[in-house]
Write a protein that binds this ligand. Structure first.
Ligand code: ATP
Length: 228
């Protein structure tokens, strides 16, 4: 479970990005985070994987309080949380296989476990046949599937996706959604910040809407709302 209590975030330049958020997200939920541009969606999710720290308030993920987490413990948190970005963030000089394997190597996974695990997740995202390709030899949708494979290769309990379909055409975006739903059906919590109205209104899930750094709406089977 993810629990935020009275969280505030002011950036060093004085911008108040999160203005008092409390929320609970249960294991296995699929949650869309929506809201206008600049409303605080990315800041909200960045605090969950400790890319940003709250100025005030507490965040507890699966019983681990992020407040008391020491810098050297952050990699342990990142094992429990997979992250997917709009611009994929693959390493250009590594192959598809190596990009995914790297996520296991950095956490010291024994080499004998790595090969099977990487091939299993590449199979899940249907890219086993492109394991030796480099990122610039793949389409945008394929690159996003590699980045999703990388995000789940450690078996995290949560996957956080910041506009995962933002750079993709509509048809490719539906494919990415099917994959995220499949991962969710295996028990992984998914948090997805998105501007994709059509997806939110078609694949209905919990919707948390953020405006001016506050939650203004939290609905079990919500709609996108009137944002651009
Ligand atoms: N690193 C930073 N330093 C200072 N201000 C920041 C930083 N990151 C974000 N902000 C500001 O915090 C506010 C919230 O930004 P955030 O990126 O969380 O919004 P968002 O809802 O994700 O927007 P978008 O939908 O455009 O991605 C904005 O006013 C933004 O300018």
């Amino acid at each position: 479970m993810i629990e935020m209590k009275d969280v505030y975030k002011t950036y060093p330049n004085g911008v108040l990005a999160i203005n008092g958020i409390s929320v609970k997200i249960n294991q296995g939920e699929f949650v869309y985070i929506v809201g206008p541009s600049g409303s605080g969606k990315s800041t909200f999710i960045k605090m969950m994987y400790r890319e940003e720290k709250p100025t005030k308030g507490s965040i507890v993920i699966n019983g681990v309080s992020l407040e008391n987490l020491k810098e050297q413990e952050v990699p342990f948190l990142r094992r429990k949380i997979g992250v997917v970005f709009q611009d994929f963030k693959l390493l250009p000089k590594l192959t598809v296989y190596e990009n995914v394997a790297f996520a296991l190597e950095v956490i010291g996974e024994p080499p004998r476990n790595i090969k099977k695990r990487v091939l299993d997740v590449l199979d899940l995202v249907q890219l086993k046949h492109k394991a030796r390709f480099f990122p610039d030899e793949l389409s945008g949708g394929e690159q996003q599937r590699v980045s999703i494979a990388r995000s789940i290769v450690n078996n995290p309990s949560v996957v956080i996706a910041d506009e995962p379909t933002g750079n993709l055409d509509p048809e490719t975006s539906w494919g990415i959604m099917r994959l995220l739903e499949e991962i969710n059906q295996r028990g992984t919590t998914i948090l997805m910040a998105t501007h994709n109205k059509e997806i939110v209104n078609t694949i209905r899930k919990r919707v948390i809407a953020i405006e001016d750094g506050k939650i203004v709406r939290d609905e079990t089977r919500g709609e996108y709302g009137l944002y651009d």
